[in-house]
Design a protein around this ligand. Structure first.
Ligand code: UT7
Length: 324
């Protein structure tokens, strides 16, 4: 059975950067109190990228995809599978993946979206790997892309300071060389209420609540417990030790979660890729964006063992272990 090998990656962040101070000043005009010091000390976030009005998830996804295709040195026509992980699709349908396919000029690839919120990218990556292993696809484009700014309640300081917009992508190809060597996806739907956007459109009207709601402390505890267990289990199944990991690329939600996870797993802090300070939480885009940053700056190299981890609403979580 072939491996799914990562042959390219790319990322795209909208150009508008909003610092904590800028955000605090903006919220203050609406009598909502926050500060750079609160945001940095509780989350590690210093800034986020936010789209201009009218910019959509498929536009960000297309730019990240083009960067990944260029990096891989292949053309869009060679793709036979396109998966987009997003919770902020342009439309109810068609899928964001089909919109990206049209933008790239690909014809004939299977294209669909995966919805697992901040775990979306590891869910999509594991799905693409399964297609490649089963011989159902040879060259896959996997994207995590979000415009979370559109589902934030900008009067809720407990959530609106945490998120940003962006997209990250990878190109996978069937190969005799490893590749993805381990993966685990998990969910616990009984925790559906701790992080949700429980609204919909029906009969031409928004039904329910169209904004993101979160029980931050519950999510924090679930994230740390689930990711620690998942990392250990995936290493055990793949027959490697946690100490063999060269780079950990966890979901970028909160530096305190990332540091806690690193300590529990006994990983050196230098082995953990952190972008939450610059990108904030970009949900399904956070893992491929962080991966792309560390690959392009030369940290992640050929032959390295890399663990990617996602966690988020659903409640969902998962880990993917990759030999570069
Ligand atoms: O991608 C999905 C995964 N999401 C996550 O992983 C998020 C996980 N959770 C977290 O990251 C943290 O729980 C938060 C960053 C959301 C919150 O940190 P916390 O240390 O759990 O703070 P808290 O919710 O207990 O709030 C502490 C205080 C409260 O005031 P009182 O009740 O102590 O007076 C909040 O009202 O901080 C207040 N607060 C704020 N103050 C200034 C909440 N948000 C803000 C704010 N600025 N933006």
């Amino acid at each position: 059975m072939p491996y799914a090998k990562i042959i390219g990656s790319g990322g795209y962040l909208p150009p508008r950067v909003v610092s904590n101070d800028q955000l605090a000043a903006d919220l203050a005009t609406r009598n909502i109190e926050t500060s750079d010091s609160w945001i940095v000390s509780r989350t590690g976030i210093q800034q986020r990228h936010i789209v201009d009005p009218g910019v959509t998830t498929s536009q960000l996804a297309t730019k990240a995809a083009q960067a990944a295709l260029e990096d891989a040195g292949i053309s869009a026509s060679q793709l036979d599978l396109i998966i987009v992980a997003t919770s902020t699709p342009d439309f109810i349908f068609p899928s964001t993946a089909c919109l990206v396919q049209a933008n790239l000029g690909n014809q004939g690839a299977a294209a669909f979206d995966v919805q697992a919120v901040c775990s979306g990218f590891v869910y999509a990556l594991t799905t693409a790997e399964a297609f490649i292993k089963a011989g159902r696809a040879k060259t896959a484009l996997v994207i995590g892309a979000e415009v979370f700014s559109g589902i934030l309640d900008w009067s809720d300081r407990g959530t609106c300071v945490l998120f940003g917009d962006g997209a990250g992508a990878m190109v996978l190809q069937a190969s005799e060389e490893p590749g993805i060597i381990g993966a685990q996806l998990r969910a616990d739907g009984s925790q559906k209420d701790v992080l949700c956007t429980a609204g919909n459109v029906s009969h031409g009207q928004v039904v329910g609540d169209p904004f993101l709601r979160m029980d931050g402390q519950a999510v924090f505890k679930l994230a740390v417990t689930s990711l620690t267990k998942s990392a250990q289990e995936v290493c055990d199944e793949a027959g490697v030790s946690l100490q063999d990991i060269d780079w950990m690329v966890p979901h970028q939600a909160n530096i305190r979660i990332i540091n806690f996870l690193g300590r529990k797993l006994g990983l050196d802090t230098e082995k953990v890729v952190v972008t939450v300070d610059q990108h904030a939480n970009t949900s399904a885009a956070s893992v491929p964006l962080a991966f792309d940053v560390a690959r392009r700056d030369g940290r992640i190299k050929s032959g390295d063992l890399v663990m990617l981890q996602g966690v988020g609403g659903g409640f969902t979580w998962g880990s993917v272990l990759v030999r570069m």
